[in-house]
Design a protein around this ligand. Structure first.
Ligand code: FPP
Length: 239
């Protein structure tokens, strides 16, 4: 029996702030990169779970624009893990009909990670059951400024008037333009913060915060998050 009700609405888009890898490692006397390695196994498990539940979009906060400030060995460990994971798991993504996309300033990634990412994105482009949007070198404020710069340039070039910009079309200028806004935002490791993630897009998202550290977050935990979502009554500011 799943923890959620398959008869009730399933969130179309779930976004996850994967937090607690460092604490998971520290609690076991391991180095932080071991926490990230175990966290990659949770990514794999959650992708399978999301597909089984019927979620159509999953956005994973894998590396923020602020994470570049971490020690060099942790940054290179994370970038190496990303390339390794994508190389190893892309055939499984294809088998499971999962499409990979990326959001963020991916031009800042090291060339080898960028190359593998581009390849995995191209190789899964035909997949349709679930789209995994991986946030890399992502920061929401940067995303909003970048969109605003594009819009200002369009106005300066006479391609658009200020009045043509609206709440409905601003999202077209964000990295996430091809996905609906998240219905559910999950954060692991018990922190009550948004950490510069999808600030515009989560305006009406339900929020589920769990004490579980990301490396311990598996199939069952995603089901419990969906069950929590199904208890909410979404009103979008109405009654
Ligand atoms: C937060 O934990 C996690 C990250 C900054 C990186 C997320 C990366 C992964 C889950 C693994 C790699 C991902 C893929 C897609 C292969 P933290 O280090 O901030 O933990 P702490 O708050 O306990 O220190």
């Amino acid at each position: 029996m799943p923890h959620y009700d398959p008869e009730l609405p399933i969130p179309e888009h779930v976004a996850i702030i994967m937090d607690g890898n460092g604490r998971w490692a520290k609690g076991r006397g391991k180095i932080r990169n071991e926490g990230h390695r175990e966290g990659a196994k949770s990514v794999e498990a959650v992708l399978e779970a999301a597909k089984a539940i019927g979620i159509r979009h999953l956005t994973l906060y894998a590396f923020s624009s602020e994470n570049w400030k971490r020690p060099e060995d942790e940054v290179s460990g994370l970038m190496g893990l990303l390339s390794h994971f994508l190389k190893l798991k892309t055939p499984t993504l294809i088998k499971n009909d999962i499409r990979l996309k990326a959001i963020g300033a991916i031009d800042r990634l090291p060339p080898a990670s960028r190359k593998q990412l581009d390849k995995s994105i191209a190789d899964t482009a035909h997949c349709e059951s679930l789209t995994c949007h991986i946030a890399l070198s992502y920061g929401s404020r940067e995303e909003i400024v970048r969109a605003t710069q594009t819009l200002m340039q369009r106005a300066a070039d006479g391609e658009m008037t200020p009045e043509e910009l609206s709440v409905e079309n601003f999202g077209d200028y964000l990295y996430t333009s091809e996905a609906p806004d998240p219905d559910l935002l999950v954060r692991t490791s018990g922190e009550f913060r948004i950490s510069n993630f999808l600030l515009w897009q989560i305006s009406y998202s339900e929020i589920h915060i769990t004490d579980v550290l990301w490396p311990d977050f598996r199939h069952e935990n995603l089901e419990l998050a969906v069950a929590d979502y199904q208890k909410r009554h979404r009103r979008y500011g109405g009654l």
